[in-house]
Design a protein. Structure first.
Lengths: 427, 263
């Protein structure tokens, strides 16, 4: 708790820098990740992230220092090279893109690990800390590192704002972009470069192994909450920033703990929650929608039954018992009772000593369902030439979803019919 | 029956297009007159969409060239407009109808610049022309097939081009949309624009188009509708595939041969 207060009061200058750095890195890679995701090239980010490692190691071997600018350049070169190789393999051989990505990812990462091990065995004192690039260490984001990575992160955000219109069109409709004279190759190059940079700046905080998650997960989570690209970009940035700062906190309280896994766990939790809870697209919203549909079907079926009984007996004004209803239609007893109770609460039914009676509103709704059922049966026999004994099942479902506008059109197209295919009157 | 016109708006010269070295269009020589409503017609796999895409420089060509207004495509981007197939994009993209139509103005705006108020007016006007003004703020993921097609059409209209290339605008749309679209296309033609439409339905072709291009891996016919849509030419287009032609094409692919000795 004390750590928590100490960290989030931001009194320590170091903490301020670490927090600011993590937020910048995570937010900028999340924003670029949105376009990578929408372009359906999520895996490419993973390949780049792994391919960055040999670059970092080579830069260290060649320069002998851990100067962040030099390491950044090394990372950028091999990250970029991996994309060129993927493109080359895909266009010049029969190997498909996913295979090419798999190949490139493992080969580059393998070389990276090889180099890293070799460096560690030289006993060079300067090498300590290089392995932080594997799983990230947000707490080491200070001084020169912070400036180098921070500048790139800000540049990324500026580039996205500047090229918002072009990147959007590239992701939505590349062919069209070409026909209006946009330099599509150049824009692709731009997006690729942004992706590589996003990966390169993120590795300090998250590490190469898990960087892809930082690129894609905030975007995927944000997509659940909105249908507006600008909102999606901002949301992804916020989600990224939140997990970045959480990772920095973990790294601060437990310096030996790698930051990457923590950040990824946190951002994944947010993604899972979004997946479950988001309105509209979310999983729970979908379950609720299905349940609402189910209750609606049950209620309308009960109203329909009561109306049909009235029709059968030519008497809409006497109450019917539950048994009478269940005799005509197989509804689980418990469901039927709760449905009837609910309809009573809604004012569609009245109860008279354990028997049920339609109110005028209930009768109207029941009549409408019967009408839609018979109209649809008639439509199927007339327009789809189905036999009259095959149309009932269809109509059982369709009767619940036809809107008043469709009902009107149905009636017009059928020329105001009186009888359904079974010669029952259409009410 | 391949009629070449003087002062064509579109000139296709000796165009061969291959997928993976197998030619799908062989040596197309074609000229189209200005101010016509042109239908490109042929069976499945005839290369109709390929022809349009090659004209739009979206595919690499094995031989030949395309000139529009007697200039290479690169010089006339601002005068042409392309309506891709509806299925060619992912409609689950986070954008509204208005956002997509506004893309029609991007070409004139150029890079970096943000849409101005005038561009928004133009986009709204285009939406009105296709009868979708009430849908401006609707998410594109919620549109029906016919509505998607209208949105694409509105995007093309917002470009204010002189020549329109449309890939299957009538595929999978309801009859109301089809009627609305063809009326719009006729209006555009009457304003002197040239409209080139890939179309799959032979029945409506004679009614819709003034000029018809019959295609089946090679150019069968090109000319005024009443001269082209006859029994003999239709049989040549639809009757029996040219099996020898596709066999040779397969051979080119297998042996990794170039379609032209020098390219």
């Amino acid at each position: 708790m004390q750590d928590f207060l100490e960290f989030f009061s931001f009194t320590d200058a170091n903490i301020r820098y670490v927090a600011l750095g993590s937020v910048l890195l995570a937010a900028s890679s999340a924003v670029v990740g949105c376009f990578t995701l929408l372009r359906k090239r999520a895996l490419v980010g993973d390949a780049v992230a792994h391919a960055v490692l040999p670059g970092v190691c080579l830069a260290f071997i060649l320069s002998g220092t851990k100067n962040p600018f030099i390491l950044l350049i090394g990372a950028f070169v091999t990250g970029w090279l991996s994309l060129v190789v993927i493109d080359f393999i895909t266009s010049r051989s029969r190997i498909k893109e996913d295979t090419a990505i798999g190949l490139v990812l493992s080969v580059f990462f393998g070389i990276g690990i090889l180099l890293l091990t070799a460096i560690q065995q030289t006993g060079n004192a300067a090498q300590s800390g290089l392995d932080k690039f594997l799983f990230g260490s947000a707490a080491s984001l200070i001084g020169e590192d912070l400036i180098a990575f921070g500048v790139v992160a800000v540049l990324l955000l500026v580039a996205v704002v500047l090229f918002y219109k072009e990147l959007t069109l590239l992701c939505f409709d590349q062919a069209y972009a070409r026909t209006i004279g946009f330099p599509v190759r150049g824009l692709e190059l731009l997006l690729t470069t942004l992706t590589v940079f996003a990966v390169v700046v993120g590795i300090q905080a998250v590490g190469v192994v898990l960087m892809a998650a930082m690129l894609i997960t905030p975007a995927a989570a944000a997509r659940f909450w909105t249908e507006n690209l600008k909102v999606m970009l901002i949301l992804a940035a916020l989600i990224g920033a939140f997990s970045g700062i959480a990772g920095a906190f973990v790294s601060y309280t437990a310096p030996s703990m790698p930051t990457g896994p923590w950040i990824v766990l946190i951002v994944s939790m947010i993604a899972i929650l979004s997946f479950a809870l988001a309105p509209g697209r979310g999983w729970i919203a979908r379950i609720l929608r299905q349940r609402r549909n189910k209750t609606r079907i049950l209620e309308e079926n009960l109203l329909k039954l009561l109306y049909q009984l009235g029709e059968l007996r030519q008497d809409y004004d006497s109450a019917r018992s539950l048994e009478e209803l269940l005799e005509r239609r197989n509804i689980p007893r418990k469901e039927a009772i709760s449905g009837l109770q609910k309809l009573k609460r809604q004012g569609y039914l009245q109860q008279e000593n354990k028997r049920w009676l339609l109110t005028p509103e209930g009768e109207k709704r029941g009549r409408r369902v019967v009408r839609l059922h018979r109209l649809w049966e008639l439509y199927l026999t007339q327009y789809l030439n189905l036999a009259s004994d095959h149309v009932h099942e269809d109509a059982e479902t369709i009767e619940h979803i036809i809107t008043p506008e469709l009902e009107q059109r149905l009636i017009e197209e059928l020329n105001y019919p009186d009888l359904d295919p079974h010669s029952a009157r259409i009410p | 029956m391949i009629l070449q016109v003087k002062n064509p708006v579109v000139e296709v010269h000796d165009l061969t297009v291959s997928y993976d070295r197998k030619p799908v269009l062989w040596g197309i020589d074609l000229t189209l007159p200005a101010g016509a409503l042109v239908g490109v017609i042929g069976p499945n796999g005839a290369g109709k969409s390929t022809l349009i895409k090659a004209m739009m420089n979206l595919l690499p060509v094995s031989s030949g060239y395309v000139r529009i207004f007697d200039q290479p495509l690169k010089q006339v981007y601002s005068r042409i407009s392309y309506v891709p197939q509806r299925e060619s994009v992912d409609w689950d993209f986070p954008a509204s109808v208005f956002d997509v139509v506004l893309m029609g103005r991007y070409g004139q705006l150029g890079l970096f610049k943000r849409p101005r108020k005038a561009d928004k007016d133009a986009a709204m006007e285009a939406l009105e022309k296709v009868g979708m003004q009430g849908f401006a703020n609707r998410q594109i993921s919620q549109l029906s097939g016919g509505q998607q097609q209208r949105v694409f059409l509105a995007r093309a209209l917002a470009q204010n081009a002189d020549i329109y290339f449309m890939d299957e605008p009538f595929a999978g749309v309801d009859i109301a949309t089809e009627t609305a679209i063809i009326q719009l296309l006729r209006q555009m033609r009457d304003q002197g624009k040239t409209v080139i439409v890939v179309h799959h339905d032979l029945q409506s072709a004679s009614e819709y188009f003034d000029w018809v291009v019959l295609l089946n891996m090679r150019l069968v016919a090109s000319g005024p509708t009443e001269q082209v849509l006859n029994q003999e030419l239709l049989e040549q287009t639809y009757g029996g595939k040219l099996t020898l032609l596709s066999k040779v094409g397969d051979l080119l692919r297998k042996q990794e041969f170039p379609a032209r000795e020098k390219s």
